[in-house]
Each structure stands twice: as C-alpha cells, then as structure tokens.
Design a protein around this ligand. Structure first.
Ligand code: ADP
Ligand code: MG
Length: 579
C-alpha cells in the first residue's frame, strides 16, 4: 500500500524535488534526473546510470563520489526517455567520454540506445554496459537476456571508482563488463507492490507462499512455493546462486565474494540481519570469504515484501574497486576527499534538446495537421477510457504500467500537437513534435516506440502536400521498419509489431487498388483489430513479458491491443474528415 502522495501523476516529480532537497550536499537536480554536486575532474570518464523510479536507492541515491556521476530518473517503473538521459549525460559530461550503465530491460535499452546515438552525433564518445545479474530471468547460456537487479550496484561501483581513478574510457568499460560477468542475483517476494494511487497490488502472493525469481517491477515470480523461514530462505538462495558460479571463477573454494542482501521494500532491516546471519554461516561452512557485505536496501520495488541475494565474485582488481571509498545519498564506504562544488558549471549547461522551432506548413498540410490533431485527441480519449484494462493486460506478464504510460504519452502528444497547430505547423512537423513529446513524457518501451512511429510517419508526410493513401502507407511502412530495427522484435514475438505489420500490409494493398484514405484506413483498422486479438495465442519472445511467456498465453499483448484501439479511433476521425 502507498499511503502518502498528492496526485499519482505528480508523484515522481515531487519525489525528485524532495530527494534533491534532502541531499543538497551530494546532488544537484537537472532536467531528467540528478548529477553529483561535487566537481568532476575535467577530462575524466563519467558514469550515467538510470532507470524507472520506485527502486530507491536505485538510481538517484547512488550518485556521488566513487559511484555514479549522474542518474536519469524515469516515471515509476518506466525507463527514462532518451531526452532525459541526454540531459543528465550532458550535465555531467567532463569531456573524457561517457559510460551508460543500466539494467537490462527493453525500455531502458531502447531509450539509452537512442540517447547514445544522439550524443554520438554531437561528437561525444558514449559506451554502454548493460547489467544482467538476475539468474531467474534466463538460463546461463542466455545470460545476455537476464534482467539487471541488485547486481547493478557492484557494476556501477566498479565503473564509478575506475572512472574517478582516472582510467580511460576503454578501461572503465572493460572493468564494468568484467564486474557484470562476475555478478549473480536471485530474489523472492512475499507480497506484491502497490503503486501510488492504485487500489490493488500489481500482483498477489498468497499468505504463506513466496514467489521465487521476482523482477523489480512486480513482474510475477517464475514459480511460487511455500514460504521458508529465514534460515531456509538463506539456504535456498545460497544453494541456487552456488549452482551458477561464473565460469571465469572456476571452483568456489577460497573464493572472495562481495555479498549484497537487499530488501525489496518492506522487509525490515532486522529481518535482513536474521537471514544474513545464516548466509554468513553458510559461506564459512563452504570455505568462501565474504568481503565487505552490504545488508541494506539497494534496489527496491516500491513497497514489495521481498529480498534478494547478490554474489559478486571478486578478483584482485574488482576487490580494489569494491572496497574503494564512496559517498552518495544512500551508499557510503570509507572516506572520500575533495568537495568542490559543481553548481556553477551546471548553470552554464544548455538543455540537451533545444526546443523545436516550428515553421509554417502549406495550407493543405495545415488542414491535414488539424485532422491529425483531432485523431490524436480521439486516441487520447479511448486510451483514457481503457487505461485500467490495458494496465491489467500488462500486469499478467509485464509490469502493469502500459495504460498509465500510454495515457501520459498521449496527453503530452496532444498538448505538443495543439501548440504546433497554433504555430501553423504542417502535418509532418505536427507529428514529429507530438512523437518527441510522447517519448519524452511517457518513457518505457512503448513510449520510445510510439515516438519512433509518429516521427517516421511525420517524415514521410512532410509539410507541403495533402497526404494521400500512398504517402500514409509509405509512412506506416517506415514506422514498421524503424520499430523493428530499434526494438529488434519480429512478427510473432507478441508485441505491437504483430498489429503494425498486417496494418501496414493492408494499407499497401489498398494503395494497389487505388482506394481512398478513408476506405483504406477503415479496412486496415479491421485487420489490425483482429491481429491484436490473435496475439492471444502467441508466446512473448522479447521485452518484459518474455520470462513469463507461458503466463500470457490466452491474453493478448497490451501494446498490440492499444495500437489497434488507436487505429480504430483514428479511423472514425478520418472517415469524418476525409470523404
Ligand atoms: P514497458 O515494457 O517498458 O513496461 P509498456 O508496458 O508501456 O512498456 O509497453 C509494453 C508493450 O510494448 C508490449 O506489450 C509490446 O507490445 C511492446 N513492446 C515491448 N518490447 C517491444 C519491442 N522490442 N518491439 C516492439 N514492441 C515492443
Ligand atoms: Mg509495461
């Protein structure tokens, strides 16, 4: 249960304001997240971390000397947008290159990749190290598919300490990658988490049971079992983690291991200590050496009752960085020196993405822009009405935020499109501005992909001609290509691609028949509707839902359903305006 908030939609902004006020000595708020208050050495590498909010201390609480240089902070459980990430990265940049370090989630990968491309265009060398420590999320042979959970801390710490020691960009990346190769985590939960304003938890765990292999977004556990007592749980977690020792470590005898016992939210510190007591005994019994354990909250899932155990298999180099001093709002080790203030530098930073300048479109294109604005308003209307239903679909195997994310993205798109219309934008510009606003405000996987779709369509429509069926079909085809290229989903993977692809094919066929845009869109909308329903039978092979593939059989994909709903709503607007 979340007790204290004003309005759910302002929760994250108000949380960041309060966080920044409480930790003025450590951090400075910037557009999109926070950066270190302490001066960063000119020419050094900086580490930018980030992810959704709702995981405190991850991610903003881990910004400070010896750890991250900046954190992009998304909405609750939603990846920050590419624009937020760029803003934070530019604010922290010291001229020596940037390493993005984050947990492996589809939305984060999409948005960090986009941000990386944008910064590289500006001549900044940006690399990425994606953390994959959750052993429940995929088999060892598919480690690259695993999620990132509490194992993010050792990777962030190794990267941050190496960067502060003046290592080169190549070296910092090598060290961070090596840290990720050597870290493993497993979590369990006894109850779900309830987001601000929600009346029910994202999922339930029956009393006396526990869900093994929980994600940190309320992704349901891989299986449930009778809850164990503290010692039993310690034994289970240690046993399972010792079955997945990184191959580079070889045998465990005498190994030195950094250990993190993490509360996922509402498990008390005292309970953690009771569990840790047995973990410590087990390590001694097995001839393993624990190095500087962390028994605390490291990465949470709002108020979820659960814990995770992380083993960080050290070598000499990583042990040095694991022990190195750090001083952040939520993590302290040893003592750090130097405290020069960075705020003057901040005042001089331009925002990463300058406000788009709108040039007037032709009269014809302005008329089309007015229809597109009406279409976006109608889409917002249907998504408002279906928000909770979309959230429920997403909660089956994902994180339950699809309805909220779509609502937030569309509201921003309508707002930006309205302003563009007032500035006499043509159809192409109006769509691009709306797409950028959508992606920036919604974050998450679908936010990034919707931004890509609207922008691709906008580029094709341009600001001069009245869009006909052929141009619209070409725009939708471009949107499909871009979505598949950026998100890597293929038809059949149970994503919105399973609607976008048949929709695009139907528009292409209508062009061949010389159909009007109203007829073409209407027919294609029927096909999109059926295609969304047919995703019921598919197994998710990508995105958050993949580890819970079988749970979603019989349930359509939320992103596919919302896309078909929007196509249907737009169809009515086109029929009304384009006869
Ligand atoms: P998140 O997964 O970040 O929580 P949302 O819940 O808003 O984002 O959106 C989930 C939807 O995004 C899925 O139902 C699916 O349709 C779509 N999706 C996820 N990953 C991909 C991808 N790689 N390519 C295309 N669509 C995707
Ligand atoms: Mg989701």
């Amino acid at each position: 249960m979340t007790y204290l908030f004003n309005r759910p939609e302002t929760f994250v902004d108000e949380m960041i304001q309060g966080f920044a006020a409480a930790h003025r000595n450590h951090i400075l708020p910037v557009d999109g997240g926070v950066i270190r208050r302490h001066k960063i050495t000119t020419g050094q590498v900086v580490i930018i971390i980030g992810g959704g909010s709702g995981h405190y201390p991850a991610f903003g609480g881990l910004v400070g000397q010896g750890l991250a240089h900046g954190a992009a902070m998304g909405n609750v459980f939603a990846s920050p947008s590419a624009q937020q990430i760029c803003n934070v990265a530019l604010a922290a940049d010291a001229g020596g290159g940037i390493v993005f370090c984050y947990g492996n989630y589809a939305g984060d990968v999409l948005n960090f990749n986009q941000a990386q491309e944008r910064l590289q265009v500006q001549g900044i060398d940006v690399r990425a190290v994606v953390v994959t420590d959750d052993i429940a999320a995929a088999l060892p042979a598919e480690r690259h598919l695993r999620r990132g959970i509490a194992g993010t801390l050792p990777v962030f710490k190794a990267a941050g300490a190496a960067a502060d020691a003046g290592k080169s960009l190549d070296e910092v990346c090598r060290i961070a990658v090596e840290a990720n190769v050597r870290v493993r985590t497993l979590g369990v939960a006894f109850s779900g988490c309830t987001l601000p304003g929600a009346r029910q938890p994202l999922f339930d765990v029956a009393y006396g049971k526990m869900a093994v292999g929980m994600g940190i977004h309320g992704e349901p556990g891989l299986h449930q079992m009778d809850a164990l007592d503290a010692d039993g749980l310690a034994e289970m977690l240690v046993d399972k983690l010792l079955q997945d020792i990184p191959p580079v470590v070889g045998h465990s005898e005498g190994a030195r291991v950094g250990v993190i016992l993490n509360s996922l939210g509402s498990v008390a510190q005292e309970e953690l200590f009771v569990v840790y007591r047995r973990v410590d005994q087990l390590f001694r019994e097995r001839g393993l050496v624990i190095v500087e354990p962390v028994v605390d909250r490291v990465i949470t899932s709002f108020d979820m009752a659960g814990i995770s155990l992380t083993l960080f298999w050290l070598n000499d180099e990583l042990e040095h960085y694991w022990l190195a001093p750090a001083d952040t709002p939520a993590f302290r080790r040893g003592s750090v020196s130097g405290s020069l203030d960075n705020s003057e530098h901040i005042a001089a930073i331009p925002s990463a993405i300058a406000q788009q300048h709108v040039t007037a479109g032709s009269r014809d294109s302005q008329k089309a822009a007015a229809v597109i604005l009406a279409a976006l308003e109608s889409a917002a209307h249907i998504v408002d009405a279906q928000r909770d239903a979309l959230g429920r679909l997403d909660a089956v195997a994902g994180d339950g935020d699809h309805g909220i994310g779509m609502q937030r993205g569309l509201a921003a798109a309508v707002d930006a499109a309205g302003k563009a219309r007032d500035a006499q934008a043509g159809a192409g510009t109006l769509l691009t501005v709306a797409g950028d606003a959508w992606a920036a405000r919604a974050g998450g996987t679908s936010g990034a992909l919707w931004g890509v779709m609207l922008c691709s369509l906008g580029h094709e429509l341009g600001d001069v001609n009245t869009p006909d069926t052929a141009v619209v079909a070409a725009g939708v085809a471009a949107a499909l290509r871009e979505v598949m290229q950026r998100g890597n989903a293929q038809p059949g993977d149970k994503t919105l691609v399973d609607v976008l692809q048949p929709f695009s094919a139907a528009l292409d066929q209508a062009v061949a028949r010389d159909a009007s845009i109203a007829d073409a869109w209407k027919e294609a909308a029927d096909i999109a509707h059926d295609a969304a329903q047919e995703t019921r039978d598919l197994l998710p092979r990508i995105g958050r839902a993949r580890p819970h593939a079988e749970k979603s059989i019989g349930i359509p994909d939320p992103g596919a359903v919302s896309l078909a709903l929007i196509i249907g709503a737009v169809s009515e607007v086109i029929c009304r305006h384009c006869v």
